[in-house]
Ligand binder design. Structure first.
Ligand SMILES: C[C@](O)(CO)[C@H](O)COP(=O)(O)OP(=O)(O)OC[C@H]1O[C@@H](n2ccc(N)nc2=O)[C@H](O)[C@@H]1O
Ligand SMILES: Nc1ncnc2c1ncn2[C@@H]1O[C@H](COP(=O)(O)OP(=O)(O)OP(=O)(O)O)[C@@H](O)[C@H]1O
Length: 310
């Protein structure tokens, strides 16, 4: 124990700029090649010393489970066990990232919790060991630690940072009712059969295109590279998403793509004023429950405040 009274950590949601998925492996996971960008919708976790591990949720997640079903609680338990710690923590989590929205909100909670508890308990584990725990918790958790822009391979959990120039402006079309990630992957399998997958020659080229687009700082160049292999599966489960994609196009977005397993649609704009005008048009089109603007890339899970000893 460090004697700290509280640690506040913030972690971002993500968009998959490009995502290529292959055929399922023996463990059921799909090999991925994806380029992530962390965006300015955040999860805030405040960790305070307590006897046991518990959580309370505010914002979007107010009705989510606060027991072991919660990925943040599992993150605290895993860290406690790994570090041989015997103290507990109370987690106060404020969610901005849509729940089950394909933007990895639960993963951001888990990443923020690992950092917050590590600081609170003074576990002495390094960033690399925390990244290993992150991968145990879920495929999207390691990226939430790293943030910015990165390539994800393996299950999407092997992260290599990617250079990016400039800020990109996004309009996010958010739905109240989420999609289940395993169901979207199962629909992807049903639609692809044993067709081509991530080990296609084209795929490596595609990831490379996004990487050079990010160096250009030009949203028009990035727009041409957005792609998601899971989009068709998400649209098949939620046909209304086709209307969102079409409405984003009509609203003048440079390009739009379903993020990860959906249902959030991310539409790329030229700059901040353009994002605000695309957002207004999309609100008027009434194709989503909520429209938000966000920018990226932004940093991964980081400490905002330590509340001192005393
Ligand atoms: C769709 C993405 O958001 C893209 O970044 C991620 O691949 C999903 O990552 P995640 O939600 O952290 O996924 P996990 O919690 O590890 O896995 C949930 C379920 O999603 C499916 N899953 C996930 C990742 C992956 N590479 N292949 C999969 O098939 C599996 O059915 C798995 O049981
Ligand atoms: N802290 C948490 N926040 C949100 N969901 C959580 C959390 N812990 C567990 N869950 C469960 O996980 C499910 C998906 O969570 P999440 O919001 O991370 O979805 P997602 O953004 O689609 O994830 P991904 O993009 O990583 O697939 C939720 O429906 C919920 O049941």
């Amino acid at each position: 124990m460090t004697g700290l009274r509280a640690v506040h950590v913030r972690a971002p949601g993500k968009i998959n700029l490009t995502l290529r998925a292959g055929l399922p492996r023996e463990d059921g996971y799909h090999p991925l090649e994806t380029v992530f960008q962390a965006v300015s919708l955040y999860e805030d976790v405040i960790a305070r010393p307590a006897e046991d591990i518990s959580a309370e949720l505010h914002g979007r997640g107010a009705d989510l489970a606060t027991g072991r079903e919660n990925l943040a609680v599992r993150a605290a338990e895993l860290l406690r066990e790994t570090a041989g710690e015997d103290s507990g923590v109370h987690l106060s989590i404020t969610k901005q990232v849509p729940v089950a929205g394909g933007m990895a909100g639960g993963s951001a909670d888990a990443a923020a919790t690992l950092i917050a508890c590590d600081q609170l308990w003074g576990t002495g584990l390094g960033r690399e060991e925390l990244a290993e725990l992150a991968a145990e918790l879920g495929a999207d958790v390691p990226f939430a630690l790293t943030g910015m822009s990165a390539m994800g391979t393996g299950r999407g959990d092997l992260i290599s940072p990617v250079m990016s120039r400039g800020q990109y402006h996004w309009v996010l079309a958010i739905q109240d009712e989420g999609l289940s990630t395993p169901e979207v992957f199962a629909e992807f399998d049903a639609l692809t059969g044993d067709g081509p997958g991530a080990d296609d020659e084209d795929d490596a080229r595609h990831g490379g295109e996004v990487v050079s687009a990010l160096l250009s700082a030009d949203p028009l160049v990035l727009a041409r590279t957005l792609h998601n292999d899971l989009e068709q599966a998400a649209v098949s489960l939620r046909p209304g998403l086709a209307d969102v994609l079409a409405a984003a196009d009509r609203a003048g977005a440079l390009a739009a793509v379903v993020s990860g397993s959906g249902p959030t649609v991310a539409a790329l704009a030229l700059d901040a004023p353009h994002a605000s005008s695309v957002a207004d048009v999309l609100r008027g089109a009434e194709v989503a429950d909520e429209i938000q603007v966000a920018t990226g890339p932004v940093p991964g899970a980081r400490v905002i405040e330590h509340v001192g000893r005393g």
